[in-house]
Structure formats: structure tokens, C-alpha cells
Design a protein around this ligand. Structure first.
Ligand code: XIL
Length: 394
């Protein structure tokens, strides 16, 4: 087993001391094991894994992981060998970590952290302030008035402090706030959002301050979908940019912006705009990341997930690849994360009726054209993409 412990020290910026102990290494499926002496610090010695190729330009390639990925050996082999940063798909959401008031269940989150240690991976914490996947006791209490707004604010403070403190020093990037902007044009902070409607928009910067107090070295991110060129009008990106600029001017500890990158081939998107929007956030002094990339399309059924439109076979890998290229073009883009790596456990068929084929491995965990395109993009990137630096503890 390969263990890695991040100990954040130092005042300005995150400085890490890496204590590494090494024993056996895992062999990824579909690839021969490279000699252990290959010099690649990629957890498996496989020089053409996504993580190894990305490392040449200082980029981290990530995936969301759910318990099934960690507990199924064939999935875990891919999850551990191809990616250098992992995000818990659900395990760190409030609903999971505090199912009853004051009763904490860290088992799934701990499982994810152990997996990351064992595979020499960084962790993106996800997510502290979001309207979805809240515990029922919280939403019911607010709805029936047994939890007042003042108590709600205290509960949130406690939640953020408890969770961020528990994983202090373990989390590279925290998605502090998730999905606050409307999809309208112009876009605004959603006044009807659960948190905003009860506590006002000031609760968002407050969440960043609370998270910063609990772990001053974690990179704290604002995360949302369609904030990097995907919505056609760019209204949502404009709103997010203006808000971030204002927050930074007010000294709010925000360090990064995550664009989720959930695309759908029926809508298309502008890769040029994505690059420009990522660059624009970076111009504020922020790091940027693609945090939940997937590209869905219509399929025959949720099990086989064969695209019904032949052109989707081209559009799907193209859009996935274009997102990576946008990230590669911006030196401040420090990680590119896919929201699950295999179609067999993607969230897409369960959430978007009739759609699927959204990830980079097929339903039998075989690499799809999207995987090969990402691999090729990363190979070529080593010959010209800017090197990322100063991103944190690695
Ligand atoms: C999704 C998970 O993948 C599902 O398993 C869960 O049922 C719902 O949430 N944006 C986010 C993620 O920020 O947390 C969501 O994850 C997908 C959309």
C-alpha cells in the first residue's frame, strides 16, 4: 500500500510536507505494468495513464467516486490508476454525514479518504453549502418552523466547522458553495434558493469565512454548472464573474472557481468561450477547475447506453476533449475531474430521462473514444500547454 499524508504548514499559501511510505503498487486493467523504477509518481508506474500524462504539465486529472467504485475491484483498479485527485460523489454531503441531528456518519467519507491515501491521490471536498441532499431533519425542521433562521445559521456554521475540521489537512480543494446562480438572462443569485431565502445572499461569503477558519490551507472554491460558456448567452458566467470580483474586493477567502462541465450533445457549447471564461476568472487571481465533466446524449436504454444518433459518437468525445483543451490552455486550471468514469455507474441515466453514454469508459469499463481523446490531448499538451504551478500541496 502506498500512503500519503498531507500536512499543511506555513503562513502564505499552502505548503505541504509529504510523508510517503511505499509498498505494493496496483496494476491498472488494460495496461501492462511499467517498471517500478519508471520515476512516475502516479501510484502505479503506468506512464500513459491520464494522471501520468497530465502530471507533465502539472495538471491533476480526477474523478468522482462512489462506494461502488471503491468496493468493486475492477472499478477500483481504474479509479486508483488513472486519476490523481478524487471527489466523493455523495459521501461528504450533509445528508450523508449527519443523517440525524448531532449523529455523524463519516464512514463513506473516511472510505474515500483512505482510498485516496492508498493511491497517492489528492481530494476535492464536495460540498458544504448546497440546496440539495440536505438531511430531512433539517429541511423538515425549517419547513415546520421548529428550526428558526437564527438556528439554521448556527447549524450551518456547526456543520461547516465540524466537517472541514474533521478533514483538515486532507482536502486540496473544497467546493464550499454549489449552484447559487439562476439559469435566466440576466442571471442573479437565486433569491428562492433554500439558503438565500432564509439567510440572505450574505450566507455564501460567510460559508467561505467559516471554512477558511476551519482549514486555512484548503483551496476554497465556488462551484456551479454553465458558468464557462455553456449557456449560449454567457449570462451565468457574467453574473458569477461579477459576484466573484466583488467578493474578492471584500476580502472573502475564495481561491478557486469550479465549472461543473455537465454537457449534453443536443445543446453543444463553445469551447472558445469556455477558455475565455476560465481565463477571465483566472484574471481575478483565482485558480480554476473543471469539476464534474460528463457529456450525455440520448441512448437506446439505461443499461446498454448505445447512442441513438450516430453523430453523438463523434460529438460526445469531441466535447469532452474540448473541455480538457480549454482547461489545458489556461495555466491556472489546476484540475480536470470527470463525474464518474464509467457509464455503468454514472448519475446521468437516473437523472436525465433517455440519456446516458456520458462518461469516458463504457458500461463494461472499457475505454471509450472520449478516454482515448483525453489521453491524446494530454500527450500533445506536454509539447506546448502552459505548466500549472502554485496550485497547492503537490
Ligand atoms: C449527484 C450525484 O452524482 C448523484 O449520485 C446524487 O444522487 C445527486 O447528486 N451537481 C453536483 C453533484 O454538484 O453533487 C451532483 O451529484 C450532480 C450535479
Amino acid at each position: 500500500m502506498r500512503l500519503r499524508r498531507l500536512l499543511a504548514v506555513g503562513a502564505a499559501g499552502a505548503v505541504a510536507v509529504l510523508g510517503i511510505s511505499t509498498a505494493a503498487v496496483a496494476v491498472p486493467i488494460g495496461h501492462a505494468a511499467a517498471p517500478a523504477s519508471s520515476g512516475q509518481n502516479n501510484g502505479n508506474g503506468n506512464a500513459d495513464s491520464l494522471r501520468a500524462l497530465a502530471q507533465r504539465v502539472g495538471l491533476h486529472i480526477g474523478t468522482a467516486l462512489i462506494p461502488q467504485d471503491i468496493e468493486t475491484p475492477s472499478y477500483a483498479a481504474i479509479g486508483g490508476s488513472q486519476f490523481s485527485v478524487v471527489t466523493p460523489g455523495n459521501a461528504m454531503k450533509w445528508q450523508i454525514v449527519e443523517p440525524q441531528p448531532g449523529v455523524f456518519d463519516w464512514s463513506q467519507a473516511d472510505e474515500l479518504v483512505s482510498f485516496a491515501h492508498a493511491h497517492d491521490q489528492l481530494i476535492r471536498g464536495h460540498t458544504l453549502l448546497w440546496h440539495n441532499q440536505l438531511p430531512t431533519w433539517l429541511t423538515t425542521g425549517v419547513a415546520n418552523g421548529t428550526i428558526t433562521d437564527a438556528q439554521l445559521s448556527d447549524l450551518l456554521h456547526q456543520h461547516i466547522n465540524t466537517e472541514v475540521s474533521r478533514f483538515k489537512g486532507e482536502i486540496w480543494q473544497w467546493d464550499v458553495a454549489n449552484e447559487f446562480f439562476t439559469d435566466s438572462n440576466p442571471s442573479t443569485i437565486n433569491p428562492n434558493d433554500f439558503w438565500v431565502s432564509h439567510l440572505g445572499a450574505g450566507i455564501i461569503p460567510q460559508a467561505f469565512r467559516w471554512a477558511h477558519a476551519a482549514d486555512p490551507h484548503a483551496l476554497l472554491c465556488y462551484n456551479d454548472y454553465n458558468i464557462a460558456g455553456e449557456d449560449g448567452s454567457n449570462a451565468k458566467s457574467d453574473a458569477a464573474f461579477a459576484w466573484l470580483k466583488q467578493m474578492l474586493a471584500e476580502g472573502v477567502p475564495i481561491n478557486c472557481v469550479g465549472d461543473q462541465g455537465h454537457l449534453d450533445t443536443q445543446f453543444g457549447f463553445s469551447p472558445q468561450r469556455m477558455t475565455q471564461d476560465l481565463q477571465r476568472y483566472a484574471s481575478l487571481g483565482l485558480k480554476v477547475a473543471i469539476t464534474e465533466a460528463d457529456v450525455r446524449t440520448f441512448v437506446n436504454n439505461a443499461t446498454a447506453q448505445v447512442p441513438t444518433d450516430n453523430l453523438a459518437l463523434f460529438a460526445q468525445p469531441y466535447e469532452e476533449s474540448q473541455m480538457l483543451k480549454s482547461c489545458l490552455a489556461v495555466a491556472q486550471c489546476i484540475s480536470f475531474t470527470v463525474w464518474g468514469f464509467t457509464d455503468s455507474d454514472s448519475w446521468v441515466p437516473g437523472f436525465f430521462t433517455g440519456e446516458g453514454y456520458a462518461t469516458i469508459y463504457d458500461v463494461n469499463q472499457q475505454p471509450k473514444p472520449a478516454y482515448l481523446d483525453l489521453q491524446q490531448d494530454l500527450e500533445l499538451a506536454a509539447h506546448g500547454a502552459p505548466h500549472r504551478s502554485g496550485a497547492g500541496p503537490f
